[in-house]
Design a protein around this ligand. Structure first.
Ligand code: PBE
Length: 273
C-alpha cells in the first residue's frame, strides 16, 4: 500500500517481516522458529547469520533509528550499550528461567581431578561476565580482558581454586561457540586454569553441535556453555548419557526477541498486527 507512511505501516512492513538471527546451530534459533509457529507469524523470516553479524546490523539500525527485531540474550553487552527491550512472550516459546551449565566429558573427574573440581565450583553472575564482555566490546583482546578481570577480582577466584593442587602443564581442551557471552566465560576459565592451576589450555571455537559432540565423544574435556532447560534441550537430550553435568555456572539468563526501546511494540503478539 503506497499510501501507507512509515508511522502508519505495521511493524512487519517496516522490517520487511524479517527477524535478525544468529548462527543456525544456536538454541535461540530453534526457539525463534518455535515462536514464529506459536504466534502464527507465517509471513515472517528468521535470517541466519552470526552473533557478530547480528550486533553489526543492530548497531547500524540504531544509528539511523530504524526499526529492527533481533534474537537477543542476557547476559550481553548490547543491553549496556543500547536502550533495548525484550518483547513479551506470553506463550513462553523462549522458556522461562534459563541457566548456563558447565559440562565435562565422562572420565574427567578421574583423569584431571584438579580441573574437574575447579570447573564444578565455577559459578559467577551476569554482572561479572558483563565486565569482561564490555571490555572486549571496547576493543580489548578477549584473553587480556579475562586476565584483567581475574587480576582485579581475587576474592571471586579464590573459592574456585582454594585447596586445589596445581598440575605441571597438563593439557586441557575447552570447547566454546563464538557467542559473546561464551567468549567471556571460556577465556576466564582458560586464564584461571593456566595461571592458578598449571594447565595448558586449548580453547576450541566450534559450532554448537560440535561443542556438544566434542565433549560427549571425549575429544574435548569440558565446556561452560550449555543453556538449559530449554535453549539446548535437543543437544542435551541427545548426549546426556555421555556428558557429566557439573551444574549451573550462572542462573537467571534469558533469550528472546529484542528491539530497540524506540520500536513501539511490547509483545511478540504485536507482530501479528
Ligand atoms: N545464545 C548464547 C546461545 C547460548 C548462549 C543464547 C546465543 C544459543 O542460543 O544457543
Amino acid at each position: 500500500n503506497k499510501n501507507t507512511s512509515l508511522a502508519e505501516s505495521s511493524i512487519g512492513q517496516q522490517v520487511d517481516y524479517q527477524i535478525i538471527g544468529i548462527d543456525p546451530g544456536a538454541g535461540i534459533m530453534k526457539a525463534a522458529h518455535k515462536a514464529l509457529q506459536d504466534y502464527e507469524l507465517n509471513d515472517w523470516t528468521l535470517v541466519e547469520g552470526s552473533g557478530a553479524a547480528m550486533t553489526a546490523t543492530l548497531d547500524k539500525a540504531i544509528k539511523t533509528k530504524s526499526p529492527i527485531i533481533i534474537t537477543g540474550w542476557t547476559p550481553h553487552w548490547m543491553f549496556s550499550k543500547y536502550d533495548l527491550k525484550y518483547l513479551e512472550d506470553p506463550k513462553k516459546s523462549f522458556g522461562e528461567a534459563e541457566e548456563i551449565h558447565t559440562m565435562a566429558r565422562l572420565g574427567l573427574k578421574k583423569d584431571k581431578p584438579t580441573a574437574y573440581e575447579f570447573l564444578s565450583r565455577f559459578k559467577w553472575t551476569a554482572d561479572d561476565m558483563g565486565e569482561i564482555m564490555t571490555a572486549i566490546q571496547g576493543g580489548k583482546p578477549a584473553e587480556a580482558a579475562a586476565k584483567a578481570w581475574a587480576d582485579s577480582h581475587p576474592d571471586k577466584i579464590e573459592p574456585w581454586i582454594k585447596g586445589l593442587k596445581p598440575v605441571n602443564g597438563d593439557a586441557l581442551r575447552l570447547g566454546y561457540v563464538a557467542w559473546d557471552s561464551e567468549i567471556a566465560s571460556t577465556n576466564l576459565l582458560k586464564i584461571v586454569l593456566e595461571e592458578k592451576l598449571g594447565y595448558k589450555v586449548t580453547a576450541l571455537q566450534v559450532e554448537a553441535g560440535p561443542m556438544f559432540t566434542g565433549v560427549a565423544n571425549g575429544d574435548v574435556d569440558a565446556m561452560a556453555a550449555a543453556w538449559l532447560p530449554l535453549t539446548h534441550a535437543d543437544y542435551w537430550d541427545r548426549y546426556k548419557d555421555r556428558l557429566d553435568d557439573l551444574g549451573a555456572n550462572m542462573t537467571g539468563v534469558k533469550t528472546g526477541f529484542v528491539v530497540p526501546a524506540y520500536v513501539d511494540i511490547q509483545s511478540i503478539e504485536d507482530l501479528k498486527k
